[in-house]
Write a protein that binds this ligand. Structure first.
Ligand SMILES: Nc1ncnc2c1ncn2[C@@H]1O[C@H](COP(=O)(O)OP(=O)(O)OP(=O)(O)O)[C@@H](O)[C@H]1O
Ligand SMILES: [Mg+2]
Length: 194
């Protein structure tokens, strides 16, 4: 099984994905992975791009994230799945759709350049308002973290919730309460496949 956790910057994805992986480590061999990945392209995105002066060409940005995704899938996700692990990815293709879609690229084109990336079995969206995430303390904000960008990104995520491609969870609660909700959704999904 391949699960991804999605949402705005600072909504609690890393917190929740790691908690979930810990909770399901023994029972389901769960492992945590993240995008941008730890590969060469992912490292470039994290270290040089996200915290640079400003966003570059959005097409280039979309292609970088798509290329990193292929590295992530080939080097981390598929090997772990082949070992029988449950893979929990902190961000995945919906982040590309939401962020580069919000910047003006067509969702169809973004889907196309990501067509070779494995489809997730379950995609969970941790929903927190843009105002709340902008207020969560962060020493340095990335080039994506403006209120206007976060509002547009959330709108796209919510469209995917409507289309039932994403399962929404209210992230505006304590970490523990959100964790319980995430666990409930994931357990229900896994049980359905028993
Ligand atoms: N439910 C919550 N309520 C309040 N604060 C939270 C909650 N969950 C996480 N936080 C805090 O918000 C901050 C961001 O959390 P986290 O790093 O998990 O978010 P993220 O979605 O992974 O962010 P990013 O997109 O930047 O990677 C952290 O300081 C974390 O402790
Ligand atoms: Mg994170």
């Amino acid at each position: 099984m391949f699960i991804c956790i999605e949402g705005l910057d600072g909504c609690g994805k890393t917190t929740q994905a790691k908690l979930l992986a810990k909770k399901l480590r023994k029972s389901h061999n769960a492992v945590y992975t993240a995008e941008p990945s730890s590969g060469k392209i992912g490292t470039y995105i994290r270290k040089s791009y996200l915290y640079g002066e400003k966003r570059l060409s959005i097409v280039l940005e979309a292609l970088l994230f798509a290329a990193d995704r292929i590295e992530h899938v080939e080097n981390e996700v598929i090997p772990a799945l082949n070992e029988g692990c449950l893979v929990i990815s902190d961000r995945y293709v919906y982040s590309s759709l939401a962020y580069q879609g919000a910047a003006g690229l067509s969702l169809e084109w973004i889907e196309k350049v990501n067509a070779h990336a494995l489809q997730p079995d379950l995609a969970v969206f941790i929903d927190v308002t843009p105002e709340t995430v902008m207020n969560r303390l962060k020493p340095k904000k990335s080039v994506m973290e403006t209120l206007d960008t976060q509002k547009k990104v959330r709108e796209i995520y919510l469209k995917f919730v409507e289309d039932r491609r994403l399962t929404r969870i209210n992230g505006d609660k304590s970490e523990n309460e959100v964790a319980k909700e995430v666990c409930k959704v994931v357990t229900k999904f896994l049980d359905a496949f028993r």
